[in-house]
Design a protein around this ligand. Structure first.
Ligand SMILES: [Zn+2]
Length: 131
């Protein structure tokens, strides 16, 4: 079994734009009551305070230029039982999220096995989405 396996979730993400680029934080990192406060402060555009209080631990960015809410399909690789994981990348559809995993990480978006470019199917039986 691969060390890192794909994780694909439909969720709301907070999109943080800052000096290190764009980061997505899945909203479920916060408890339910915290989510309300986070959404409320994004709506009020209290960028700096909100970032410092809720988000700085979840992003490489040391400051936020803008915060916004994004509904979509998040994709990343993570190692079960370890803290290792890649950054979230967020897409409009599940198919786009899976294509991203296959294209960017070059592994099957279902099981995480390396993609064999010679054949169209993974060892897990799934057909690759990319050519
Ligand atoms: Zn597979």
């Amino acid at each position: 079994m691969p060390h890192m396996i794909p994780e694909i979730v439909k969720d709301r993400f907070v999109c943080v734009e800052g000096p290190m680029g764009t980061d997505y934080i899945p909203i479920d990192v916060w408890a339910k009551q915290e989510v309300k406060k986070v959404l409320d402060s994004i709506a009020r555009e209290q960028v700096e305070d909100t970032f410092t209080k809720w988000m700085k631990d979840y992003t490489e960015n040391s400051e936020a230029w803008s915060l916004s809410l994004f509904h979509g399909w998040g994709a990343r690789l993570s190692a079960p039982g370890y803290l290792d994981c890649t950054e979230w990348s967020v897409h409009d559809s599940e198919k786009d999220a899976r294509k991203y995993i296959e294209t960017f990480h070059e592994v099957c978006s279902f099981c995480g096995e390396d993609i064999d470019a010679e054949i169209h199917y993974c060892v897990c039986g799934k057909e690759y989405l990319t050519d």
